[in-house]
Design a protein. Sequence first.
Length: 332
Amino acid sequence: MHIPDGFLNGKTLAITSALSAGGLVVAARQVSRSLPRNKIPLLGLSAAFVFAAQMLNFPVAGGTSGHLLGGVLAAVLLGPGAAAIVLACVLTVQSLLFSDGGVLALGANIFNMSFIGGGGGWVIYRFTRRFLPGLRGRITAVFFAAWLSTILAAMTCAGELSLSGTLSPVVVFPAMLGVHALIGVGEGFITALVILAIARTRPDLLDTESTLSPRKAGWEFLGYGLIVALGLAIFVSPYACSWPDGLDKVAEKFGFDGRATTFIHAWIPDYKLPGISSAGIATAIAGAIGTLLMFAFAWAIGRLLVKHESAETREANSAPDTSRLPQTSPDQ
């Protein structure tokens, strides 16, 4: 759902850019206040995984493909503010380095996927969790929130296209919502599977609402996570579905795909490193470069935003772990 330049008019670009800039300021302040320093590496890992997963287009129907948005996944792990930062980092690198999404449309893409998709999906997840306790309830809530977040992001994109005069609202809304309702099913399954794996191995990383700081992510967990992301980018992305995604398919069907323009020459256009004759190897190397770059970039942003630990976080980190100590009754 990466909007290229040329699909939206100047008014819509200005509005969405202003909303995204304001939202990122709020998100940065939230991260600075509330994100524990020991979760900063998870910013990098989340960005690397989302980037790699977005390269893996999966077939949907009628010659259309979809890919992970990742907003709900990042929000469940890190909270909505940090998720917005993660998605903004991914979308910025995709636009500037890989020509995936327009440079002028970057504000619209961040607004749709970071705030409407990620933030809106997080609100849906938190609300649904009230009625669905336990691990099964958590995974069900994740699936529902991820599915609905895709539809919300598509609805916002359709509204922007309509406001820009690109396509009539009576045409663009049914077209975008119809195909993204199917793409959202894939989004829900992928997000639910990842959260289930984390819940089975490191459930403490999902306690974003706790007043106590979770224990450190650990180099072992980060290493395995980065290896998985690199594995997806190197060994799976060359075989991703080549069909156009939901937005591209709608643009192709209704004849406004020719309006797409490019304002900068990307270093690695279309996720293929130039100068390599094999398309598969070119994609694999591009994916590896992007994954490692995202890991470092988002981690660096996190370190810039979270400069000091609060007194509560320091106290929680220095307190001994009593969860494994034998419990005694008051009578003993």
